[in-house]
Ligand binder design. Structure first.
Ligand SMILES: C[S@@+](CC[C@H](N)C(=O)[O-])C[C@H]1O[C@@H](n2cnc3c(N)ncnc32)[C@H](O)[C@@H]1O
Length: 498
């Protein structure tokens, strides 16, 4: 980071205004990730990515387009840097948008690829720090935005940017010309100076970054700073935390969970559908054994590591220090049977949303196939802890035949079946009975008629014939969305709220 006039300047940008500087001056909130949004980016998100990479700070790179141009839809091309996949898919957001990262980058960052109308999405999230403009059709300012002046355009989009944040107008499509500048350079300066009172022109920028073919490219843009327009332009911390925890599972965990992730040396997981180096390597070995005379490499090679362990752990350390970004433990209602250690928990909420918060090394999730996949997409840590209730293909025999989850035709003994299959999973996972955990939690969602009495009675029936070793304390946790389910009344005999 360069310094000038006692001001911190970020990056290696060449910044020219009345004078020439290296780096740019931006007020960054050090206690949270920086957010840059690139609306209607298409396949050209590399420009904004290279821009924000210049800030040595964790960041969210929001790419918002009506159509998917994900790094693994158009995974790259053979370039001077070879045929390596630069990005890896790491998880989905709770809304199902895929999240990627550049594997050889040490910086904590998440590229969130949102397939949506840009304006609608920007209106639904907290104010961003940087808005990157290289295409303007998405801006609903009027019928023919090309006739509009840059002045009203910037004024309009500044509503998405927090106070002291930036609007970067990329020069790629000669936007200055499109936005009907006919002035000479001198007049241009007058024009910039006559911008709305809450937007100020800060100069011209140039920087080097990679393009879509991973070749080094010179980018250039004009930079504007958003000021105060009388409305509240600060980022609301609570809204920001809520939004972040829906994007990245680590932010949906508690401080205690982050502590144990640090202790156990946890690394970044890839998305369950990611094309990983292990898969590539397996295919390559297969080719070697099948066809020793002519081995051709598959075109794209994923990175061996999605995030270097040392730097992932550093990120966890940063998160721990900034624990206002983390999530508070969930409210839980618990019920026990007298003289029994086992427990039934009731949690109000959405399992997909809560899946990072409920994650513990030894917890299992037992839900229908489609929900299990959504949980895994959002939070891949669960991959080895899913209890299979349905066959993966329709022609295969299902662990619970003709599974009906709720309603009049609900599968009889559903809770017992869930617990029996959890036992099978337990045996598979802990084959050394001398080395088993002292507790095990099975998490599922509302089922049957949604009544507490039915649930506790079913669990009790299971306990009466449970094959789990006696020393294991079992918990059955049911997550429910509807307020009226599992109301705290009508308990069966010998069950109490703990
Ligand atoms: C020609 S591409 C421009 C790509 C890149 N930004 C550039 O400047 O080269 C236009 C992109 O705008 C996207 N687009 C158009 N209207 C949009 C909207 N309302 N919200 C999000 N994306 C939109 C299209 O899907 C398309 O990918």
């Amino acid at each position: 980071m360069a310094m000038k006039n006692q001001k911190e300047r970020y990056g290696t940008f060449i910044h020219s205004n009345e004078d020439l500087n290296v780096g740019i001056d931006l007020k960054i909130d050090e206690s949270r990730p920086l957010v840059i949004a690139h609306p209607a980016a298409g396949n050209h998100y590399h420009a904004s990515m290279s821009f924000v990479q210049e800030f040595d700070h964790p960041f969210i790179h929001l790419v918002i387009d009506l159509h998917p141009y994900f790094p693994d839809t158009w995974p790259g091309m053979v370039s001077t840097t070879g045929n390596f996949m630069k990005y890896q898919r790491i998880n989905d957001t709770i809304d199902g948008h895929p999240v990627f990262r550049i594997c050889d980058s040490k910086q904590p960052h998440w590229q969130v690829q949102v397939t949506a109308d840009a304006e609608e999405y920007l209106n639904s999230i907290p104010l961003v720090d940087i808005l990157y403009l290289d295409w303007i059709d998405w801006i609903n300012i009027g019928d023919d935005i090309r006739k509009k002046q840059v002045k009203s355009l910037l004024d309009y989009v500044s509503k998405f940017v927090r106070k002291d944040g930036l609007i970067i107008l990329d020069h790629k499509h000669d936007l200055k010309r499109i936005l009907s500048f006919k002035e000479t350079e001198d007049k241009l300066l007058d024009f910039y100076q006559s911008l709305s009172s809450h937007i100020s022109y800060s100069g011209e920028l140039e920087w080097l970054g990679e393009n879509s073919a991973s070749d080094l490219t010179a980018y250039s843009a004009s930079m504007y700073i958003v000021g105060d327009n009388g409305e509240s332009k600060e980022v609301n911390v609570a809204d920001f935390q809520k939004w972040m925890r829906g994007l990245v599972p680590e932010f949906a965990q508690t401080k205690q969970q982050i502590d144990s992730a640090i202790e156990s040396g946890r690394n970044q997981f890839e998305h369950v559908d990611a094309y990983t180096w292990d898969i590539w390597n397996c295919n390559y070995i297969q080719k070697l054994t099948d066809d020793i005379t002519h081995v051709n490499l598959s075109n794209l090679v994923p990175a061996m590591k999605t995030w270097d362990l040392e730097y992932y752990q550093k990120f966890l350390g940063w998160l721990k220090i900034n624990d206002h970004l983390l999530t508070k433990p969930q409210n839980i209602r618990s019920y026990v049977k007298t003289n029994q250690p086992h427990i039934v928990n009731i949690i109000h909420g959405d399992l997909i949303e809560l899946s990072p918060l409920l994650f513990k090394e030894n917890n299992f999730i037992a839900v229908r196939k489609s929900l299990a996949k959504k949980v895994l997409n959002r939070c891949p840590w669960w991959v080895d802890n899913m209890v299979k209730l349905q066959a993966s293909s329709p022609w295969m025999e299902s662990p619970i035949p003709n599974l009906v989850w709720s309603g009049e035709d609900v599968t009889t003994k559903l809770v017992e079946d869930i617990m029996d299959l959890s036992y099978s999973k337990f045996i598979e996972k802990f084959d050394d009975l001398d080395n088993i955990p002292d507790s095990l939690e099975v998490i599922t969602v509302a089922n049957g008629n949604g009544e507490l009495k039915e649930l506790l009675q079913s669990f009790e029936k299971f306990l009466n014939k449970s094959k789990f070793p006696d020393e294991i304390k079992l918990s059955l946790t049911v997550v429910h969305l509807d307020d009226f389910d599992y109301e705290d009344n009508n308990l069966p005999d010998n069950w109490v709220r703990s």
